[in-house]
Write a protein that binds this ligand. Structure first.
Ligand code: FEO
Ligand code: CA
Ligand code: CA
Ligand code: CA
Length: 669
C-alpha cells in the first residue's frame, strides 16, 4: 500500500504572472521533440475552404473578436466567489455533477486542488515497485534493472477496469496507464543537460505502459495499488511487439535485427488511448520522431520531413544504434502506430496494428457500428494534421474475445473533411465527409499501395483534401449518445487567411472542441454533422465561446486535450495541457454539459500541480470519484515535490480524487 505523506498546505494564491508564458527549451525538447519551433510538416496544398468561409463571414467576425465582444458581460473570473456563485452547484448531491467548481489555480501552485468535500491520494507514481523483484524507489541511485520493474514515467492514457482477476468485485480493479515520455531534468538529480548512455537506458525503461491491480475498502476510500497483483506488468522499450495488418513484413519495416519486419522492440511516446468492447487497451504512439536522429539520412522522398524526423533526437542513439536513422533507416517506420495490449494476460504479446495507419497517433477510441464492425476514432496531433477513423472488415462477436482481438487487423481507413460553420445557427451548419484512403482492401490514393498508405498515412491524406486541423488530440465517442468529441488543443501557426469553419480562430492559442454526429447514428457512416461546443480561453476574451452559455458563469479553460464521460449522457469531461503558458493557471479537469439548460457551462473540477498537464481522466463507474494522471509535474523548471513532500524529485503518476466520508474529517490536505 502506498501511503501519502503529509503535503504542505496550499500556497497562497498569488498573481498570475510569474514565468508562465514561455516554456523552457528543455520542456519543448523532451515533450514533443521541439515541435513548435520546427517548420509545420504539412506543406500540402489542401484547401482551407475559402469559398465557404466567405459565405459565413459574419459568423467568423464573431470568432475573430469583432461582434463577439457584444455578448460579453462584465466579468470577475478567477475568484472563488464567482465560480461558486454559478447556478447548479448542487451542494449535497452525491455524484460528481454536484461539485462546487474550484477557482482557477495560479500556475506556480504545486498542489493538486480538488473541490470542497473531496480529497485525493496518489495511487501509483513513477518508481513504485510493480513487478516481482522490483526494489523500492531511490531517485539518487536509479538503475535500468529497477526501472524495468517499477512504474514508468509521465502517465497520460488511463483506464480503470472494474473487477479483480476473474471476478466483478466493486472494490477491486485494474488500472492501465501509458508512460509517454521522460523529463531527464526532473528525474535525474543534478542532471547537467547531457544524457549519458546509462541515463538513456533508464529513460527507455521508463517509457511504455504500466498495468497494476488496485483495491479499496469501500466506495469512499482511496484506491491503492497491489504491489503483488497477478496482472501487474511493465511494458518498456525492450518489450516485444508483434506487427500485424497489411503493412506487416513490408520491406520498409525490415531491419538487421528483424529481417521479417514483424517484431518490434518497444513502444514510444504513448499518449492517449481507449478501451475496446472486448477488454483490451489501445494506445497511440505519438511524438515518436524525437527519439530518432536523422543526421546524414537520405530523405529524398520527403517522408522523414513529413513526420518531423530531423537531425535532433534525445541522444538515445549513443545507447542503441537503431535510433540513428542513417544506420538503420527502417527502425523509425516501426513506430507511429496504434498498439493493442491485453491487460488481463501479462504474458501476452502486444500488437502494432498497421491497418490503422501511421502518424503521430494521439489515441484510439472504439465504438461499434450498427452492423457490429469496430470503428476506431483517431487524431494526428500536429498542427495542420488530420482526424481519422478506421472501420473493421469483420464484425464484433459478443463473448468471442479471440475473434474480437483480430478486428483491428483489417479494414477501411478514412480521413475527415469538414464543411459548413458548425455553429448551430441553422446557416452553414457543419457537415462532413469521411474520405477513404483504404477501402475494401484497396488503396484509393493514386500512386500508393495499401501498405504505402498505411506506412505514410500523412502523405496519403494530403492527396485527398482532408481538413487541416488545430492539433487533434483525443477523439472519443460518448458511450451514451454516440456523438464524437474531438479536442483541438491549439495552433498558433494558423494565419487569418487559413481559418476555416472547423478551425475558426487565427493564432489559436487556446484550442476548441468539436462534436460530431455520424449520419444515422451509425459509426460506420461516411458522412456526419458537426458543431463546435467550445472555443476555449478566458471568458472575457471576445474570441472564446462556451456553446452560448453566459460567459460570466463559466471557468476559464485552455488547451483541451483528453476527453472523458460519466454515467450522464450530457456530461463531457475535458482535461487540459497548456493553461500555464496561455492563461496563467494550472492545467485541470473540467465538466462541460453538452445539452440541457447548463449546456456550455464549463466548471473546473480540479487543478494539477505546477508544471503538470492533466491527463487520462476517468470518472469511476459509480460517479463518485475521479482518477487522473498528473503528468510532468515541475516541467519547465518549476519547483515540484508532487506527490510526496520532501522527495528530491517530483513523481508523475495516477491520483485518485474521492469524496470525504461524512464524519471522517475535512477534505484537502
Ligand atoms: Fe501527448 Fe498530443 O499529447
Ligand atoms: Ca494528449
Ligand atoms: Ca479520453
Ligand atoms: Ca497535449
Amino acid at each position: 500500500m502506498t501511503a501519502p505523506t503529509t503535503r504542505r498546505s496550499l500556497l497562497p494564491l498569488l498573481s498570475f504572472s510569474e514565468h508562465l508564458t514561455n516554456r523552457s527549451a528543455a520542456t519543448c525538447r523532451y515533450r514533443c521533440g521541439d515541435q513548435c519551433s520546427q517548420p509545420v510538416p504539412n506543406t500540402s496544398a489542401n484547401a482551407y475552404f475559402g469559398d465557404v468561409v466567405a459565405a459565413s463571414v459574419s459568423r467568423r467576425a464573431v470568432l475573430q473578436g469583432g461582434a463577439g465582444a457584444a455578448v460579453v458581460t462584465s466579468l470577475a473570473w478567477g475568484t472563488a466567489e464567482n465560480a461558486n456563485a454559478a447556478p447548479g452547484g448542487g451542494r449535497g448531491r452525491k455524484n460528481l455533477a454536484g461539485f462546487e467548481p474550484i477557482a482557477p489555480t495560479p500556475a506556480h501552485v504545486d498542489e493538486l486542488v480538488v473541490p470542497e468535500g473531496y480529497t485525493w491520494s496518489p495511487v501509483v507514481s513513477w518508481g513504485d515497485p510493480v513487478e516481482p523483484g522490483a526494489p523500492k524507489f531511490d531517485a539518487s541511485h536509479q538503475t535500468v534493472e529497477a526501472q524495468m520493474k517499477q512504474a514508468g514515467y509521465n502517465a497520460d492514457y488511463l483506464a480503470l477496469r472494474r473487477g479483480g482477476a476473474g471476478n466483478d468485485a466493486a472494490d477491486k480493479a485494474l488500472i492501465v496507464f501509458n508512460n509517454e515520455y521522460t523529463n531527464p531534468e526532473a528525474m535525474f538529480p543534478g542532471f547537467d543537460g547531457v544524457l549519458t548512455a546509462e541515463q538513456a537506458r533508464i529513460e527507455m525503461a521508463a517509457h511504455g505502459m504500466t498495468i497494476v491491480e488496485v483495491e479499496r475498502r469501500n466506495s469512499f476510500s482511496p484506491w491503492v495499488y497491489d504491489r503483488h497483483g497477478a496482472r501487474n506488468r511493465r511494458i518498456h522499450t525492450w518489450t516485444e511487439f508483434a506487427v500485424d495488418g497489411p503493412a506487416a513484413g513490408h520491406e520498409a519495416l525490415r531491419t538487421a535485427a528483424d529481417p521479417t519486419g514483424t517484431v518490434v522492440l518497444g513502444t514510444l511516446n504513448n499518449c492517449a488511448g481507449g478501451e475496446t468492447p472486448w477488454g483490451t487497451s489501445l494506445s497511440g504512439e505519438e511524438n515518436f520522431n524525437q527519439y530518432f536522429n536523422a543526421t546524414g539520412a537520405d530523405d529524398g522522398d520527403g517522408r522523414l520531413a513529413r513526420y518531423g524526423i530531423t537531425s535532433g533526437g534525445r541522444g538515445w542513439e549513443q545507447a542503441e544504434p537503431r535510433f540513428l536513422v542513417a544506420g538503420e533507416p527502417n527502425e523509425v517506420n516501426r513506430f507511429g502506430w496504434i498498439v493493442e495490449v491485453d491487460p488481463d494476460d501479462p504474458a501476452s504479446t502486444p500488437v502494432k496494428h498497421t491497418a490503422l495507419g501511421r502518424f503521430k497517433h494521439e489515441g484510439g477510441t472504439v465504438r461499434l457500428a450498427a452492423d457490429g464492425r469496430a470503428v476506431v476514432y483517431m487524431g494526428d496531433d500536429e498542427r495542420f494534421d488530420y482526424v481519422y477513423k478506421f472501420v473493421s472488415k469483420d464484425r464484433y462477436r459478443e463473448g468471442d474475445r479471440r475473434h474480437n482481438m483480430t478486428l483491428l487487423s483489417e479494414g477501411d481507413l478514412y480521413v475527415s473533411r469538414y464543411t459548413g460553420d458548425g455553429l448551430g445557427d441553422g446557416e452553414f451548419d457543419g457537415s462532413g465527409q469521411w474520405l477513404p484512403l483504404v477501402e475494401g482492401g484497396a488503396s484509393t490514393v493514386p500512386g500508393m499501395t495499401v501498405a504505402e498508405v498505411l506506412l505514410w498515412t500523412r502523405t496519403a491524406a494530403d492527396q485527398v483534401d482532408a481538413t487541416k486541423m488545430d492539433r487533434p488530440e483525443d477523439v472519443e465517442p460518448n458511450p451514451h449518445t454516440g456523438r464524437v468529441y474531438a479536442a483541438m488543443t491549439n495552433n498558433t501557426r494558423r494565419a487569418p487567411s487559413q481559418i476555416d469553419e472547423a478551425n475558426p480562430r487565427a493564432n489559436n492559442k487556446f484550442g476548441h472542441v468539436i462534436e460530431m454526429t455520424e449520419a444515422g447514428d451509425d459509426a460506420a457512416a461516411l458522412t456526419f454533422g458537426w458543431r463546435i461546443v467550445l472555443i476555449a480561453g478566458r471568458p472575457e476574451d471576445p474570441g472564446s465561446w462556451f456553446d452560448g452559455f453566459d460567459k460570466s458563469l463559466v471557468s476559464p479553460i485552455s488547451c483541451p486535450d483528453n476527453v472523458a464521460f460519466d454515467s450522464q449522457a450530457d456530461h463531457l469531461w475535458i482535461s487540459t495541457d497548456g493553461a500555464p503558458g496561455t492563461i496563467g493557471t494550472c492545467d485541470g479537469m473540467f465538466l462541460l454539459p453538452t445539452a440541457g439548460p447548463e449546456k456550455g457551462r464549463v466548471q473546473q473540477f480540479l487543478s494539477v500541480p505546477a508544471g503538470a498537464e492533466c491527463c487520462g481522466p476517468v470518472v469511476s463507474w459509480d460517479d463518485r470519484s475521479v482518477l487522473v494522471c498528473v503528468q510532468h509535474p515541475g516541467e519547465g523548471g518549476l519547483p515540484s515535490s508532487y506527490p510526496y513532500l520532501g522527495d528530491p524529485v517530483p513523481r508523475p503518476g495516477v491520483a485518485h480524487v474521492h469524496r470525504v466520508q461524512r464524519g471522517r474529517g475535512r477534505a484537502g490536505r
